[in-house]
Design a protein around this ligand. Structure first.
Ligand code: ZN
Length: 497
């Protein structure tokens, strides 16, 4: 089969046509959050990137099983093999059960991701619910000779694995460089080499998240959960694995080694990675004081923010860049995005209520619409170029506005214009997920009713020749970004772009 859809595959380092192993089914696994704090822009970009993959594959007619995990155990401080568990530390500081911390931040993560209009994954498995499977895979890797037990912990033997397999194939790192760049072990370390990573860790007496295993009372290493949960729900080899570029090494490199080390199979056919986000040109970091949480963007409650931003403005802004480019956030680009997004929303609203003396079908109009249809599909098929997709939507918005303002000579037939609207809706709402949620439907209806009342008062004032009142209403609305348009069927209004 041919799909025309091309992804940049991180492991082959080139764009390749996407051909699923078992069409129409597609399996996709994405590394989700470690739930010990609120979600920030990095979480938003990764979730939105793979929501687009999910939406577009469904748009193309595939049946997608999208699995995104919740890391609730085994992710230690500094992404290392020692130190406190991130969830357990939060629980200790807040005097809560670890699972209370997990539930709290999982709920908040969902709330933020829902606000960004991301679809929920098909399955959202938690690491702590798959301890038995993680012990079983660790045992298999031990049986195959690619791991060893040391003082109750189990470590993956990277150097031994690298003798028969390519460790570093995803990240492009060379084992010799990794060996020379790593610190010498101090003799006290349980590992044979500092390249080795934990599959199972023996818990220290104060460690509260622990389970029995053949080797010790302990907990799984960070990387093994993803190998286990992806193979459990998608099979030993599946189509797409996604995540942020920061996870490429060591996390995803280790996932490959674990899967190959346990069942001999390459786990993933297409590896997709989204790039990172900076804020005003700087990397975001707690130490720089510039980590802004998503809910702070939504309510404007941060000293670096000049205003609150609608979650869909954030989504639109993220989609204006290609997912493999870096993206710099700041007030100015966000305000520009807000204008652009409003323009597209207004165009769609105008298109839905447009009523003209429709013309008849013409080759010119047909070519024009065919052109947009091709451009929209080509852009998405070219490694999900959402920036170009949005550019085509702006073209269509200009056409809609020209028709509305009587600036377009060739009036389309009703059927032709319906095609424009459904094409616009299909990409703006279904594929890009940018539809409608500026205000909830209910408040949108209320707002419409309130505006009707206001415009009627203005119309009465006008018929009474009370122009001071009617002009004041128009001017004051203009000042808050609402334009009143007088037409032959009465007045209408819209938000300014
Ligand atoms: Zn993962």
């Amino acid at each position: 089969m041919s799909t025309k859809l091309h992804f940049y595959n991180t492991i082959t380092r080139k764009k390749e046509e996407f051909i699923p192993a078992n069409p129409p089914f597609v399996g996709m696994y994405v590394c989700g959050p470690t739930v010990y704090g609120d979600a920030h822009l990095g979480h938003a970009r990764s979730a939105i990137t793979f929501d687009i993959v999910f939406r577009y594959l469904k748009h193309l007619g595939f049946k997608v099983r999208y699995v995104r995990n919740i890391t609730d155990v085994g992710h230690l401080e500094n992404d290392a093999d020692h130190g406190e568990d991130k969830v357990a530390k939060k629980a200790r500081l807040e005097q809560l059960e670890p699972m209370e911390v997990v539930q709290y931040y999982k709920d908040r993560y969902h709330k933020d991701m829902d606000a960004l209009n991301n679809n929920r994954p098909s399955i959202e498995p938690q690491a702590s619910g798959h301890i038995i499977e993680q012990i079983a895979m660790t045992q298999k890797i031990l049986d195959n000779g690619f791991a060893y037990v040391s003082n109750g912990s189990v470590y993956f033997d990277v150097e031994k694995y690298a003798r028969s397999h390519h460790y570093g194939k995803l990240s492009g790192r060379k084992i010799e460089d990794l060996q020379s760049n790593t610190r010498d072990l101090d003799g006290q370390d349980e590992k044979r080499s500092s390249l080795d990573f934990a599959l199972w860790k023996k818990a220290s007496p104060e460690h509260i998240m622990r389970w029995p295993s053949p080797w010790s009372d302990g907990f799984p290493g960070w990387h093994i959960e993803c190998s286990v949960m992806s193979s459990k729900y998608l099979g030993e080899t599946f189509d797409i694995h996604g995540g942020g570029m920061d996870l490429l090494f060591p996390h995803h490199e280790c996932e490959i080694a674990q899967s190959v080390g346990s069942n001999g199979e390459e786990p993933v056919r297409y590896w997709l990675h989204n790039n990172m986000i900076t804020l005003n040109g700087q990397k975001m970091a707690k130490s720089l004081g510039n980590t802004i949480m998503l809910h702070q963007f939504f309510n404007g409650d941060h000293e670096l923010l000049e205003q609150a931003y609608d979650p869909l403005t954030i989504r639109f802004f993220i989609l204006q860049a290609h997912y493999r480019s870096t993206l710099d956030f700041g007030n100015e680009p966000l305000q520009a995005a807000q204008k652009g997004y409003t323009r597209l929303n207004n165009a769609l609203a105008a298109a839905r209520s447009l009523n003209l003396n429709w013309g008849s079908d013409s080759a010119d109009t047909k070519n024009r619409i065919d052109g947009w249809e091709t451009n929209l599909a080509d852009a998405m098929n070219d490694d999900l170029n959402t920036a170009l997709t949005i550019a085509s939507l702006f073209d269509m918005a200009s056409y809609i506005n020209a028709l509305k303002n009587n600036q377009e000579k060739l009036i389309p037939s009703k059927a032709e214009f319906d095609r424009v609207v459904s094409l616009f809706e299909s990409y703006f709402e279904d594929v890009l997920g940018l539809g409608g949620a500026v205000v909830s439907d209910q408040s949108a209806q209320k707002l419409d009713d309130v505006m009707k009342v206001l415009l009627e008062i203005r119309s009465t004032a006008k018929s009474n020749k009370d122009y001071a009142t009617s002009d004041a209403i128009r001017d004051q609305l203009k000042a808050i970004g609402v334009t009143v348009m007088d037409g032959k069927d009465g007045a209408d209004w819209q938000f300014d772009a």
